[in-house]
Design a protein around this ligand. Sequence first.
Ligand code: ARG
Length: 550
Amino acid sequence: MKEIITKTLKKHLKKISEEEIKKLIEVPPLEDLGDYSFPCFFLAKIEKKNPLLIAETLYEKIKKDLPKEIQKIELKSSYINFFIDKKVLAEEVIKEKEKKYKENKVLVIDFSSPNIAKPFGIGHLRSTIIGNSLANIFEYFGWKVIRLNYLGDWGTQFGKLIFGFKKWGNEEELKKDPINYLLKIYVKANEEIYEEEGRKEFRKLEEGNKENLKLWKNFRKESLEKFEEIYSFFDIKFDEISGESFYNEKGRDFLNILKEKNLIEESEGAKIVDLKKFNLGVVIIQKKDGALPYLTRDLAAVLDRFKRYKFNKMIYEVGQEQKLHFKQFFKILELADFDFFKNCIHVSHGLYLDDKGKTFSTREGNVVFMEDIIKETKDLAKKRIQKREPNLKIEELEKRASLIARAAIIYGDLKNYRENDVVFNISKFLDFEGNTGPYLLYSYARAFSIIKKFKEKKKIEILEINKEEERLIKKLYEFEDVVKRAFENLSPNLIANYSFELCKTFNEFYHAHQVIGSKEESFRISLVNTFRKTLKKSLNLLGIKEIEEM
Ligand code: ARG
């Protein structure tokens, strides 16, 4: 529709491009003002004429040859308002040609990326949810997407852990509850007095000491198995699970590159890159004991990714607290003449807060375990389902509870703009009414039950279109535009908010009008089905799986 309006306008506007016209077209705030409007005062500058005059002339010209999709136009001060022919719009929405995008581009997205031997933090959950949705959105537009999990599996902390495990640990206990167990050991070993021992063990690990390597491998394996449970709950699959450990040696090669470019300086035995000129401080790229820090491994890793994938975009979905890290990291790439630095972006997010508005991590030593959260959410979902359907079979209950819990957690996050903090409240997330994941699933199930009973007819007759139908048609029509905006702004929340509005509009329609047995039946059923399909697409883009019965 926007396209048609753009073309119509372009015929009479020579000095401005189609693209510019399209950008100017607005959706008016009130239904009375039409479906789209075009503000003419922007033209005043170009034409050097009075905007009212321009609007009037343009209006007269367009009125003379309106395309069939436009029912009428109106002139309101310097705006031209377009009223779309509802039937034409309805037909287009129902026909719903599946849009297939083809794009010869590669996105590598580094997300989730938890640290081994530590609990999967609630902060990593945000990265997991947002990152996965962004990956889906890029895929929708035809990009080849590499989902990459970059484990925090290297660094001096593993020296401490190995030291602690040798001193206090045993294999049996580790198997039972690996992450908890390793966390306890780490806390003990992290004391000042063991500093030197930890360093020693890490050096041995770096040098490839067999015993230390074996321990480390085992920690990694046990952790990964635990993480997999979380990924399988959210049905997230990675194309590549790598980690910092892969890039330790390559990090040393990268130091040579920086040396050749004369970017390295010595400072108190450490090697640094001075970024003060750019207001980014001084960055250590090799510690004085020779060990490499996080940032150096990131440098090596991105180069390797570029070599292997020739990415057009490289997204890091990581919390706000690493903003400086990524600025420094990208700046060093730029200084070292790696042109692809332009295509690297840090997509950051805010924190999860508890009901009291506090961050989770500050609760005195209280670590929140992701698996507990999932279990708690599922249990609560089960209770709520059973209240409505006490006799549901166990397997069905399990299945539904899982999908509802997943939708609740994902939507609870994604309905917020990612940079904002989110109050993590499971009970609210799980409300069956209100702005929640379960409400969306519920709307889907409702539409599904109608379609299941009454198949769409071949011949669809469109009679008069009422207000509620019109609103639903227009909402459905918005889908492509919304996904595009989510893509451009890297903001899945736009799709989340759209899904909610779409469901509200559908439910309003459904409450006001009979579908089955009405004389508009054929049309209304096809409208319900289009709603169902569009909602499914939206939910899937967020990483939520729809549910047929609720
Ligand atoms: N493991 C890191 C952390 O938990 C996040 C890694 C993000 N990705 C990266 N390439 N730096 O803080």
